[in-house]
Ligand binder design. Sequence first.
Ligand SMILES: CC(C)(COP(=O)(O)OP(=O)(O)OC[C@H]1O[C@@H](n2cnc3c(N)ncnc32)[C@H](O)[C@@H]1OP(=O)(O)O)[C@@H](O)C(=O)NCCC(=O)NCCS
Length: 145
Amino acid sequence: MIKIENMTLEDYEKIKDNLQKDFDDFWTHTILKSELENEMSKYIVAKENDNIVGFAGIIVLPDDIEITNIVTKKSERKKGIGKLLLEKIIEMSRETKKEFISLEVNEKNEIAINLYKKFNFEKVALRKKYYNGTDDAIIMTRKIM
Ligand SMILES: CC(C)(COP(=O)(O)OP(=O)(O)OC[C@H]1O[C@@H](n2cnc3c(N)ncnc32)[C@H](O)[C@@H]1OP(=O)(O)O)[C@@H](O)C(=O)NCCC(=O)NCCS
């Protein structure tokens, strides 16, 4: 069974050396650590028998909430973990009393876009050539409610 918990520095220590290999290559572990230490950010982990199989985070800004990251361990994808993490993020967002939750996603990341659409996120804007000076970023938003 998958449990979702708040992410601790101890959790971070367990994944930091294999972050790129096991999860994804868009973040270095130093960025993740500074996010965990940022008072405005909240991070969660998905665990299966104490093994970390995914994590996700938000940053609470004055006007809205932004999803900074959501990632499932490569070997554990397509088992519903991304949906569990996103569900929990939306639940946490309700507690902040903000109105909107938004995120940026690479236009080519169809898998993530499908996941967000499933949770009623809508495309609201484009940031041209945002990733590596080539790919556009899509900004997606939904009302928290
Ligand atoms: C995006 C990501 C978190 C999804 O995680 P996951 O645990 O595999 O997702 P789930 O199994 O919960 O699937 C959720 C939905 O995503 C979509 N999806 C997942 N895998 C897919 C695939 N291979 N092709 C198309 N859509 C897919 C589907 O809509 C799926 O819902 P469904 O199973 O009801 O059809 C994962 O692919 C990942 O870690 N990607 C790399 C990091 C990343 O790009 N994060 C987003 C940054 S903005």
